[in-house]
Design a protein around this ligand. Sequence first.
Ligand SMILES: [Mg+2]
Length: 266
Amino acid sequence: MDVPIKLLSTDFDGTLYADFENPPVPLCLQSLIRGLQSRGAKWVINTGRALPDLLLALEQAELGVEPDYLVVVEREIYRRHGDKYVEARAWNESCRREHTQLFERITPDLSRIQQWIRARFDARVYADAYSPVCLQSRSNEDTDAIVEFLEEYCRSVTNLTVVRNDVYARFSHVNYNKGSALGEIARQLRIGPDGVLAAGDHWNDLPMLSQEFARWLVAPDNAIEAVKKRVRQQQGYVSGQPHGYGVARGVEFFLEFNHYPLSDLG
Ligand SMILES: [Mg+2]
């Protein structure tokens, strides 16, 4: 029997990985992923982390299973080739080019935006290689207010959006996010949304927690309410268990839903 989940996309922090747990990725989830891979499925870690940071965390997690793809900074794609990850060059180059062009257009406004935030909030505002405005604020309430201001600004700039994860936020191009990156990987693998499962816990996961990209949606118990709501609205699975345990229950639920015997995963 063909395995119904052909592509599995998991967010990293809070969904797959909990650094206060030992091991940080539960063995039951590692075993399910290994079983899916042995049946030809591919696994992508879809994260807001940058590549070096993610690779370090993966090494420290001592996983017994390796992702086939990485999506980093919510937008760049890397594919495993032996023991290395090589970039999906066409996608990543267009992604970088479109971001450069977009960010050039907003350069005249940057100091005004930074000053607005600094005058009102005790927040860290800085630029990095991925966004000319990055935010780390003191609380979710502060982030709510600052993101509202940034979103208002985005309405005046075509293709500009804000990506938020907890108290962090940055600018991004609307066409590049966890959802479109997952869609690109699925396109390369010739897998339709009916063969894709996506699991996430926070704001930046919402673009991939969509039936446009994944028929099977999972949120762990620790997911924010907006994520749980979106997952429920699309007949997804919201687990009563946290992070990796919740993802494992979601994978099992949808395999059983599709009458796929768990014993077939070995
Ligand atoms: Mg997360």
